[in-house]
Design a protein around this ligand. Sequence first.
Ligand code: UGA
Length: 442
Amino acid sequence: MKIAIIGSGYVGLVTGVCLGHIGHEVMCVDNDKKKIQSLQAGEVPIYEPGLEPKLKELLAKKRITFTTSIKAATQSSTVIFISVGTPSKKNGEADLTHVENVAREIAVNMDSYKLIVEKSTVPTATGRRIERTIRLNLPKKFRHPDPKKNGLDFDVASNPEFLREGCAMEDFMNPDRIVMGVESPRAEELLRDVYKPLKAPIVVTNINSAELIKHASNSFLATKISFINAVARICDLVGADVLKVSEGMGYDKRIGRAFLNAGIGYGGSCFPKDVDAFIRLSEKSGYSFNLLKEVRQVNEEQRQYFLRLIEDKLWIIKNKMIGVWGLAFKPDTDDMRNAPSLEIIRTLQHEGAKVKAYDPKAMDKSKMELPGVVFSKDAYAAASGADCLLVLTEWKEFLKLDFKKVKTSMRQPILFDGRNLFDKKLMEKTGFEYFGIGRGKL
Ligand code: UGA
């Protein structure tokens, strides 16, 4: 099938490459010329395991191409995915300017039937708005004095994406479910054809419900994280271990162990933005989603809680050398958007600390964001001479280090584990003063 993807960001690019991999002919569009040139040369601007080699393979087989022209992509495809950015406005609402612009540009270039599929995370009723925008902007030859009767057949569908950064390809190829918000048999048939090679339960519903599934899923996962973070706070007060609490809860199939990792809270380009957008969407629709407001509040407090812990145990912050392991908002990515490390490091710097940091992939992207931080060549160098060490991203490679060596190189062996990555007892046996989140009385 000939497929166009408009917007070559994280979701667009992974979608394009994976759809190429399962046998479609894909044209990816972006208005950033430089990005398109480097993608056409096989260079991926983000770190995502497996993405670059697969892109190179598809380029060689000519199964994927890149362009800045929405016209070319529209006219050469039957199915067009919209996966442009939907950033937050000041009030938390999603800014849909890019979606509207793309819908209009698709419309003016349409020459035959198209299925336009929204992949970006958007509030409910966006599909309807896209449909209307397209109908109002069709080429003159297809227009009727009554815009409702404008004559070129097309469908709009919603097909939200649930991939996670760091394992995006794997998530795309093995989804828990595929959601199809469709309002005509033709749209459903085409979307089913697109995903035919994938094995997954398919949920077919209307566009509004599909849009809501995405918001509700991300917000529910954020709720799980804030719930366990609140439990972790209680663990620290009463002397319980949140790891055991999550394990004990997680065996209950109705609860599940996933997304019950307590720590410095969720970050990234999705959860913070999507929770805000869902709160706003609910408010606009007439419901005050107080539960989600509390989820957001607990998440914001986690970073402050961690900072207070450091201030308490390290005592004086001014002029202390603080070593940091991990900067990215989660492991296996170089993404720094809304990374909890940013607020934590900036606050410590503001209080007069000197910071040395190491991240396996995210240091390049951190440099602009974190002036004054010394970026170390490896984890040992970041710890050496430090008055304490903070773990802000749970990269697996940190587990393999020689901890005796780390300990002896530090000025004071104090370890603040913001992701509960390490075994508390083992670290204490090695000689560290160890502080995790929710690991017992502080
Ligand atoms: C999230 C969802 O998991 C995807 O299903 C969704 O498609 C994506 O948003 C999106 O809307 O595009 P992502 O933001 O890539 O994916 O990363 P997650 O693995 O969900 O982690 C988000 C944040 O939650 C990270 O900062 C992570 O450290 C934190 N987290 C996650 C916890 O603090 N505790 C946990 O138990 C799990």
